[in-house]
Design a protein around this ligand. Sequence first.
Ligand code: ITT
Length: 191
Amino acid sequence: MKIVFATNNPNKLKEIKALVPKHIEIVSLSEIGCNEDIPETGETLEANAFQKVNYVKEHFGYDCFADDSGLEINALNGNPGVYSARYAGPERNADANMAKIITELNGCENRKAQFRTAIALVLNGEEQLFEGKVEGEISLIKLGEKGFGYDPIFVPENETRSFAQMTMQEKGEISHRGKAVRRLINYLSSL
Ligand code: ITT
């Protein structure tokens, strides 16, 4: 089986390719000639994930799935959430985004947060949603060099290391994306 993954984020593509079994071939947006920035104007992760798959279906004609993810911090009323990519500005700079959060949480004891992923799938005229989340805490400083985005400041529950201190496989076993992708794989395998 071949399916398009509607993302412009090479790190997500790498993580997802490592999580899916060999009989599911992941096709990237560049491989279908889609090199544009797909609009993400929804107010929820779910809405954005469906906006991405519907855009690819309408403009390129392919069945596909898309992942919209966000970091929700309790003490910031769930922010940055759906605004995670551009939290510190339109440049979508991960270091600036993390610096903003570390400053906002300065002196704050409640550091609880969760990562959430919504995966939307459009296949054979039907839409499906798969979700995954992982709870954890925001660290006081950046820890580790691996991963991407907010990984250096997120320490998942029952762990002492941040996502950026784990291998991609270790992260995938417990992460928001790993959980959502396993639900997607179960669905695709049941067809
Ligand atoms: P696409 O929409 O093209 O898939 P994106 O990078 O815009 O790529 P999102 O809107 O889902 O993806 O991501 C929102 C932000 O959350 C973005 O800044 C990411 O770096 C960050 N993010 C997403 N998944 C993450 C993860 O597993 N670990 C750390 N940060 C993550």
